[in-house]
Write a protein that binds this ligand. Sequence first.
Ligand SMILES: C[S@@+](CC[C@H](N)C(=O)[O-])C[C@H]1O[C@@H](n2cnc3c(N)ncnc32)[C@H](O)[C@@H]1O
Length: 269
Amino acid sequence: MLAARSDDVPLIETSHDLGRTATQARLDEAGATFADGIQVCWTALQHVVGDRNGCFEVQGTETTRIQQMSDLTGRLASLYPTQGPPALLLSGTLMHRIKGIHPGQDTQHKLQPLGRLAGMRVLDTATGLGYTAIEAADAGAEVITVEWDPAVVDMERRNPWSAGLFAHHAIDRRQGDIAEVIETFDDNAFDRILHDPPVFELAGDLYGGAFYAQLHRVLAPRGRLFHYVGNLDSPSGIRVSRGASRRLGEAGFGDVRLQPDAFGISARL
Ligand SMILES: C[S@@+](CC[C@H](N)C(=O)[O-])C[C@H]1O[C@@H](n2cnc3c(N)ncnc32)[C@H](O)[C@@H]1O
């Protein structure tokens, strides 16, 4: 919009929901007016452009960075802009892939090893921005998804791309520590499990044998698991995937396979 203004272009195609939908904006001396009547002024837009690592809410002249300090973890949660849906940043650590791929494509890679999702009962162990939960529900699954950090829930509420989490009838959102919440589920309660925890350094217990035994308990016969672990070609990916694969096998999972494209490990019962 700033570039169009300096070229004296009066009307442009743009977006005011982080690229989720397209809309037209009319540009004049005061600022931009979108097709639905929402207006933003040039000062606010200039402020937004000055910070390439943040996403913003803009109201009139006010801009607010979309971020929240977590009372639970002491980590700052924020939305990080990409070519697609925003990624989640927790204290500077990205929770989605963004190199040569955007979080929407990353989500497809994570779900692909789970095979058919229509009619399946899915456990999504770590909601994050809800992309995997929404995608699974859109594919026809019944999803239970669990998020621990209230600051991340705040990011979900402020991210236009997470709206389906609150609107989809097939998504059951739970708040809590999955290591505790999982104990409340019946044996064989799920047909598919998507385990997408933070990196090992931030959530080591979610890569441990005791937690894998719970995953095994709640997964039904012929069920499938996908466990995201990070780039399998990196030194930490090699180390973490080796230990995780061994512990999944010890927990009783079969057909434990590295999935390099999806940055994780698949397994079955
Ligand atoms: C990699 S992100 C998940 C991304 C998600 N699959 C998506 O599509 O946006 C990991 C999430 O796990 C959450 N988390 C960390 N520890 C957790 C725990 N013990 N129980 C549940 N969620 C946890 C983090 O707050 C973070 O939001």
